[in-house]
Design a protein. Structure first.
Length: 643
């Protein structure tokens, strides 16, 4: 990461997930203590110009990336940062694409093309896998009327009014996190149709494929009336006559579904690659986390050639950098009598950047009842396990603390091959502060490592120089090559009751104070030095209205992000922030949480302490979920999306 991140970060920008997030609004005055009060202390940390936004060149253009995150309306058009259309491109500003579904931000992740073999017996394949039909037959293209278009093989569904035939692709798709486009050629033979004959393709939920196929949305040609139909469930929502001749009845159709659930249906003329006319129908369906794609229909078992058929099916999945778990979050640690209060997940060793290298193994430190426990991450399902089978909390790691200690939070940062462990703790009844030690993994996989020497104090509220700051806790840390240091973030509480996530000035190992000059916007739209996020006290419906906590810094594809927990009332949800290329500006991705309480199960009433890692082409989001009685470790997953 150290070699790649500086280069990639140089073209990044910051994201705002709604039109109001990137510009100042007229809001209630700030509560006491929420602005910098002691500029002398801040100057000592950030430099003499700490209270001002870094200057921008008058010639800055929106296309250079840096102007997409500087809290300025550079071209004086009333739009700022990620609101600018020029910023909404992964090539210009990858950070502005986080959480967005703008077309320019979403890139092709996978193309699934069904190929056919006309040799006897005719077959259809996907990625060298032969597809199996459920009530249908595959025919060679030589016997089909195709308007001089080559078809190697086609699927003909067999069924009647009370029975559907279908052929479903084996893999699922996640339309809530990207765009889904399905194309296929649908044929209807010219001869007389004296019986039901229909064939098409569509998008199905997991329970939509059965004796009677009920698609979320589908495109079907029907011999009854010789028309193409758009179908939702068991309803025809639109129809159009096919016209006369083989070319009219052997057409390619395109179904395009957006992450929000709206869809468009296009007809593509023979020989053309793209539609030459507007969509023949637009509609909307309920967005689903996971769907299947299938060819389906009904017709009597033909003797020599089918009346209706489907060929040349192709599925194009365009991913957007947007968290949309592909299955319901699940608990991955059976705590028993333990109530988990925090956790850190990290690789055992620094990943090898070469493409052919094996992915690193991951470990976890889990905090429960003020004690630290070591656990491994199972590669099979992401679950947490100790070195003693069946006893999750068997491997406690002890520290040589002076006096009485209570640990309340932890973070692990991997820097130059060293695991730095940051702990929020109270020692001998003093106020909460951040302490640092090290962790050394075992040379034997599946066994606990060891903690280093007695922790040293590296951050507390007195180092902030901010009026009303009473405590610092909930640490997170990440080595950021572009600033060549481990950046430390924590939650700061203030005497007036509000809370902030801030970049913390820390005592480095050489005794010098070091910090990153971060700039964020408070709830009133005022830029504030060192701020990542304050609780949105001025917005009644904000998920983080009453409190913010549990930040996690992490880097994905060169974009540095912060996940965090926000509270409204008694319920905690998880939100997201992204950083500028130089790690100095921060803006929330969206006004909505990216993970909220489920309403039932182990995470019914709250989700917090997000910890996201990337393993085997999947983003794994670990978190703590509570049902009001206990707090358990949960896991939500999403296929990797790379803008």
């Amino acid at each position: 990461m150290r070699d790649v991140l500086p280069v990639v970060l140089a073209v990044l920008a910051l994201v705002a997930g709604s039109s109001s997030l990137g510009c100042a609004e007229s809001r209630d005055p700030l509560p006491p203590g929420s602005r910098d009060a002691d500029t002398g202390a801040i100057d000592a940390i950030f430099g003499s110009d700490a209270g001002a936004t870094p200057p921008r060149s008058a010639e800055a253009s929106m296309g250079d990336g840096a102007a997409c995150l500087d809290f300025e309306d550079n071209d004086l058009n009333g739009l700022m940062d990620c609101e600018e259309q020029d910023c909404r491109s992964s090539a210009v500003s990858a950070s502005c694409c986080v959480g967005r579904t703008d077309e320019a931000c979403c890139t092709t992740e996978r193309v699934d093309e069904v190929t056919g073999s006309g040799a006897a017996p005719a077959t259809l394949h996907l990625r060298d896998q032969t597809l199996t039909t459920m009530g249908g037959t595959v025919y060679p293209g030589a016997i089909l009327t195709t308007c001089d278009v080559r078809v190697d093989a086609a699927f003909a569904p067999i069924g009647n009014d009370s029975l559907s035939g279908y052929l479903a692709l084996p893999s699922g798709y996640a339309p809530r996190s990207g765009y889904l486009t399905i194309e296929a050629r649908i044929g209807l033979e010219e001869r007389e149709v004296g019986e039901p004959a229909a064939a098409g393709f569509g998008i199905f939920s997991s329970d939509g494929l059965g004796p009677i196929a009920r698609p979320l949305v589908a495109v079907v040609v029907s011999g009854a009336g010789r028309e193409v139909r758009v179908v939702e469930g068991d309803r025809v929502v639109a129809s159009r006559a096919l016209g006369v001749g083989a070319c009219a009845s052997s057409m390619r159709y395109r179904l395009r579904l957006t992450p929000e659930g709206s869809y468009e249906v296009y007809a593509v003329s023979p020989g053309a690659e793209e539609p030459s006319a507007p969509p023949i129908f637009t509609g909307r369906t309920d967005p689903r986390a996971s769907v299947r794609v299938a060819m389906f229909g009904q017709q009597r078992n033909p003797d020599t050639a089918p009346l209706a058929w489907v060929s040349d099916l192709r599925v194009i999945e365009r991913g957007c950098d947007r968290l949309a778990p592909d299955r319901r979050p699940r608990a991955v640690l059976d705590e028993g009598a333990h109530d988990v209060t925090d956790l850190a997940i990290f690789p055992r060793f620094e990943p090898d950047p070469s493409p052919e290298a094996d992915p690193p193994g991951y470990e976890a430190l889990v905090l429960s009842d003020g004690h630290l426990y070591w656990m491994a991450i199972r590669s099979s399902d992401g679950g947490l396990a100790s070195a003693v089978s069946g006893v999750p909390f068997a491997n406690e790691l002890r520290l040589d603390w002076p006096g009485s200690v209570r640990i309340t939070g932890l973070a692990v940062a991997l820097s130059h091959g060293e695991h730095q462990v940051f702990l929020a703790a109270t020692v001998d009844g003093s106020g909460p502060a951040i302490y640092r030690t090290t962790y050394t993994p075992s040379m034997t996989a599946g066994q606990p490592g060891s903690l280093g020497a007695a922790p040293t104090r590296v951050a507390d509220e007195t180092m902030l120089g901010r009026e009303g700051a009473i405590s610092i806790d909930a640490p997170s840390a990440l080595f950021v090559p572009i600033v060549d240091r481990v950046v430390l973030v924590g939650r700061v509480r203030f005497s007036d009751g509000h809370s902030e996530l801030r970049i913390l000035p820390t005592l480095a190992m050489d005794g010098e104070i070091a910090a990153t000059p971060a700039v964020g916007r408070d709830p009133a739209g005022v830029t504030t030095q060192g701020l990542l996020r304050a609780n949105a006290w001025s917005t009644e419906t904000a998920f983080d209205r009453d409190e913010v906590s549990d930040p996690q810094l992490f880097e994905v594809n060169g974009v540095v992000r912060v996940l965090y927990a926000g509270r409204r009332g008694t319920r905690w949800s998880i939100g997201e922030i992204v950083a500028s290329p130089d790690f100095t500006h921060f803006i929330p991705v969206d006004a909505e949480p990216l993970l909220a309480p489920s309403g039932d199960g182990f995470d019914a009433l709250g989700v917090r302490a997000p910890r996201r890692v990337r393993r085997g082409g999947v983003d794994w989001l670990y978190f703590l979920g509570t049902d009001g009685t206990t707090q358990r470790v949960g896991l939500a997953t999403q296929p990797v999306v790379s803008p």
